[in-house]
Write a protein that binds this ligand. Structure first.
Ligand SMILES: Cc1ncc(C[n+]2csc(CCOP(=O)(O)OP(=O)(O)O)c2C)c(N)n1
Ligand SMILES: [Mg+2]
Length: 698
């Protein structure tokens, strides 16, 4: 290789050979430099395409290349798992994505390996390369990294999970909740924080220096390291140590890297200038491209001539990638309607016939006869026991699920039988409970997360709605989230505002989630097994008033009940009550009272699954009886009743003899504690009798 005289005496110059100390060869160094240069040139090209009107959005990575390539060089691609931040072009190039892959994303082409054009550019993902799809939220992926690291720890694998984020994440609860669990469990995870000064949107918010960030990590039980992010070898040294610690079972590390923002963070209305010139322009010797180049010159690993050849090679590779990506086929509209569920259970509402994913109808298994009488609570416990015994991938996690056996005792005895690796006590932090379950599921486990009360699930709304529900869609079908979240719901137990809520409508609204609310011990058994076997995220709601009140036979065996199928709880001719949960039992009781008194013969449809809703059973019943009453204890407005009423009105209107009615809780915030106030809101058997009679009198 031709040699050039190295510049000497410059600030930041490297007179000693640092890379050999770090175990890097000359080829490694040239490779690192080429990747850094590729990231810079590709970013510059994407800006150019943007200014020419050929690329709709740039999420710039300029300035961050030293952090990206320096850290990702310490990762074993496709063996370790990486959860990048949206700015991490250099990370994904190091891991094996090509400029063509990147440009397919920039141009939102269907062949984009990250999301098939579903996400904005730079929301990276590629299962083949161990790159896990992220959202636009700044810290929701941290608990996923923790869950994936927990899976590696449980399996005894020496895989390391590396998770990137930046300063803004430090203010998020998910950061603190994730560090807390990573630290207390000693997980094989490396967090890399890219500090480039306050974001333009946050100019007034205090920023932490790298030392402060590392200190924060130490407080959570992680090792905290700092690195000069403009110095790729400094970053590599820290990342290599952190990865080695994780691989050797020594626990998690946070590497805080200081860098700078070379351009506006993204294109758009406010992309120039992003901040004051002092904030966006690096001091002359701070650019990681220049620093690495200087090091290579000094170490005689590169000459000006070979550097120019290398640069021309990079430009040529980008030219070709642009041409190929621009020529790649455009998305076709029907692609918007696919890959919502890994296992679609019915045609999706609003999707035209012939579009969308192929639905494979699940044949209903025959449920055996007989079986011991059990309560719902006994059933939940026994089925979880059997699932843990039958499948090593099943783990239970939640607050107090371990030796204490769960708040309602629904995991009683499971810790003693299966130990703390299978029945995992978590801190009282719902977002991380669900987020970690997502990570476990992404890593191929079958987590069952318990939330003490459905009312407390709201702090995990983000994880359920923005993450679990969208991962399959946003990864264009690359990823699945086979996770079950169990939560006791419902009122009538003097639980007050925060231990009584009906939450099903919030989640049933979300495409990508399956929401179950079974009401008999047999349905709980069959549907809990089906939920754990299902490749999609399932919210499994157990009405807490039924826990000890409702008893019924649970046949032996591991039969399942198909998700998305309602049951006729009581056949009838004159009217249909559509309901679920506790109110299935009250509705059957009401129907029996009416029949005994010579009144109408009322059919009761127990939905069992809220989403996907069993249209066929509802419409068949509505068409036969001509009258429909929906009963639920959730607020009357915007609830399941509204959806059922709309479907019946749209598709069975001419079979109706009366308008569809709803009997539901008035639109008050939640059930109050005082007995008379709670009584005022409860939907009782007597009220169902009255409402059904009124409907039949129409
Ligand atoms: C949960 C959440 N809140 C707010 C935002 C809006 N937002 C987009 S970028 C950004 C700042 C990010 O700053 P930083 O983490 O330092 O990353 P940088 O853009 O500097 O690389 C914010 C607050 C978001 N994406 N997610
Ligand atoms: Mg920043």
């Amino acid at each position: 290789m031709a040699q050039t005289a190295p510049p000497t005496g410059l600030p930041g110059s490297h007179l000693h050979d640092r890379h050999t100390e770090l175990g890097l060869s000359g080829d490694d160094l040239v490779g690192m430099y080429r990747t850094i240069l590729l990231a810079r040139r590709l970013d510059q090209r994407i800006w150019t395409l943007n200014r020419m009107g050929r690329a709709p959005l740039v999420v710039s990575s300029q300035g961050h290349e030293g952090v990206h390539v320096g850290s990702a060089w310490a990762v074993a691609p496709a063996r370790d798992v990486v959860l990048p931040y949206y700015r991490d072009l250099g990370v994904v190039l190091t891991l094996g994505m090509t400029p063509y892959d990147v440009l397919l994303g920039v141009l939102a082409k269907p062949a984009d390996p990250s999301s098939g054009g579903r996400q904005m550019p730079s929301h990276w993902g590629c299962k083949r390369l161990g790159i896990v799809s992220g959202s636009s939220a700044i810290a929701t992926h941290l608990p996923h990294a923790v869950g994936m690291a927990k899976a590696a720890q449980l399996r005894g694998e020496d895989e390391v999970v590396v998770c990137y984020f930046a300063d803004a994440a430090l203010s998020q609860g998910d950061f603190h909740e994730s560090c807390n669990v990573a630290g207390t469990h000693g997980l094989p995870v490396v967090f890399v924080c890219e500090t480039d000064g306050p974001a333009p949107a946050l100019l007034l918010a205090p920023a932490l220096a790298a030392d402060g960030i590392a200190e924060l990590a130490r407080a959570h039980g992680l090792a905290g390291m700092t690195a000069d992010g403009n110095e790729p070898l400094d970053v590599y040294a820290a990342a290599q140590r952190a990865v080695r610690r994780a691989r050797d079972g020594e626990g998690p590390t946070l590497v805080a890297c200081t860098t700078y923002r070379g351009r506006a963070p993204a294109s758009g209305g406010d992309d120039a200038p992003a901040a004051t010139p002092e904030e966006i322009e690096p001091p002359p010797d701070n650019d990681p491209v220049g620093r690495m180049q200087q090091y290579l010159f000094e170490q005689r690993l590169l000459s000006q001539e070979t550097e120019m050849e290398l640069d021309a090679g990079v430009e040529g590779e980008i030219d070709q990638a642009v041409a190929r990506a621009e020529a790649a086929p455009e998305a076709v509209p029907d692609q918007a309607l696919t890959r919502i569920f890994a296992r679609p259970l019915g045609p999706l509402r609003g999707v035209p016939a012939g579009a969308g994913d192929l639905v494979v109808d699940q044949p209903a298994e025959r449920v055996p006869d007989g079986g011991a009488e059990c309560t719902i609570l006994d059933t939940v416990r026994q089925v979880q026991h059997d699932l843990l015994a039958g499948d090593d991938r099943v783990v239970i996690l939640g607050e107090g699920v371990g030796p204490r056996g769960g708040l309602f005792r629904s995991t009683d005895g499971l810790y003693a039988t299966f130990g703390g690796d299978r029945v995992i006590d978590t801190p009282p932090a719902e977002s991380s409970i669900v987020g970690i379950a997502i990570g476990l599921a992404l890593a191929g486990m079958r987590p069952i997360a318990e939330i003490q009360f459905a009312d407390l699930l709201h702090s995990a709304f983000d994880q359920l709605v923005n993450e679990a529900a969208k991962l399959h869609y946003r990864s264009n079908g690359d990823l699945e989230v086979p996770m079950v979240v169990r939560a006791p719901w419902g009122g009538g137990v003097h639980g007050g505002l925060y231990h009584s809520q009906a939450v099903e409508a919030f989640y049933a609204h979300v495409a990508g989630l399956k929401v179950l609310a079974p009401s008999t011990p047999a349905d709980v058994a069959g549907l809990l097994r089906a939920a754990v076997a299902d490749p999609d995220p399932v919210l499994f709601l157990e009405h807490k008033k039924t826990y000890r009140l409702v008893r019924g036979p649970v046949p032996d065996g591991d039969w399942t009940i198909p998700i998305g199928k309602a049951a006729i709880a009581r056949p009838g001719r004159d009217a249909t009550i559509v309901t679920y949960g506790l109110h299935r039992h009250l509705a059957v009781e009401a129907a029996n009272i009416l029949a005994a008194g010579g009144g109408p013969d009322v059919e009761v449809v127990d939905l069992r699954t809220i989403s996907p809703l069993d249209h066929r059973t509802i419409l068949d019943s509505a068409s036969r009886t001509g009258r429909v009453l929906v009963v639920h204890e959730d607020n009357v407005s915007f609830g399941v009743g509204a959806e059922v009423a709309a479907i019946v009105a749209e598709e069975a209107f001419y079979d109706l003899d009366a308008p569809v009615r709803r009997l539901a809780m008035p639109d008050v915030p939640a059930m109050p504690f005082a007995g008379p106030l709670e009584q005022a809101l409860l939907i009782t058997t007597a009220r169902i009798v009255e409402a059904a009679r009124h409907l039949c009198d129409h």
